[in-house]
Design a protein. Structure first.
Length: 188
């Protein structure tokens, strides 16, 4: 058993007869009244995100998990297939378990959180950012970069990302996986 002081990002807990992963949390100590912890929890079974407030010191039931590295192989409908990089076992996970399935390209190595009690995969942790090639976008106009204007661009994984006007087809860009937003152009 853990308490609210043990809450951190990525912690998996049992709450309302389901397993949730902590996405965000904030310890609040108001000037008047007791302290509390405001959390944003994501269900690992159905992907729903709920906001919840725990009183300070409340007991919470944490779930023992282990992490393993897996390589993304391919998508088959709503199932995404991964291979363990240690023992080469393959697993298929539903699309709802992934945070940003559109930014996943073949060969990408991700971390999968697995419940230690029943060996069920709980969630897929993507890298902080991924490098993707722009395959389709409108041509940019030279000198039209004084403002923070953006345009949509389709990347090699099929996702659409808003990029600055100077990005062209064939450019490689770094995309933040948490927000799905453009970070920078990558030169090789």
């Amino acid at each position: 058993m853990a308490t609210t002081s043990d809450i951190r990002n990525g912690l998996c807990i049992k709450y309302n007869s389901d397993i949730y992963k902590v996405i965000e949390f904030l310890h609040v100590k108001p000037g008047k009244g007791p302290a509390f912890v405001r959390t944003k929890l994501k269900s690992v079974t159905n992907g729903k995100v709920v906001d919840n407030t725990f009183p300070a010191g409340r007991k919470i039931e944490d779930v023992r998990v282990e992490t393993q590295k897996f390589q993304y192989l391919y998508a088959d409908g709503d199932l995404y297939n991964f291979m363990n990089v240690q023992d080469y076992n393959q697993i298929a996970l539903p699309k709802t378990v992934l945070d940003a399935p559109g930014l996943l390209k073949e060969g990408e190595v991700v971390t999968i959180v697995i419940n230690s009690e029943d060996d069920m995969p709980l969630s897929v942790d993507m890298p902080q950012s991924v490098v993707l090639e722009v395959v389709k976008t409108e041509p940019g106009l030279k000198g039209n970069t004084a403002t923070n204007a953006t345009k949509p661009a389709v990347v090699e994984s099929g996702a659409t990302v808003n990029v600055p006007l100077f990005i062209n087809e064939g450019d490689k860009i770094k995309v933040e996986t948490a927000k799905g937003s453009y970070q920078e152009r990558v030169k090789e």
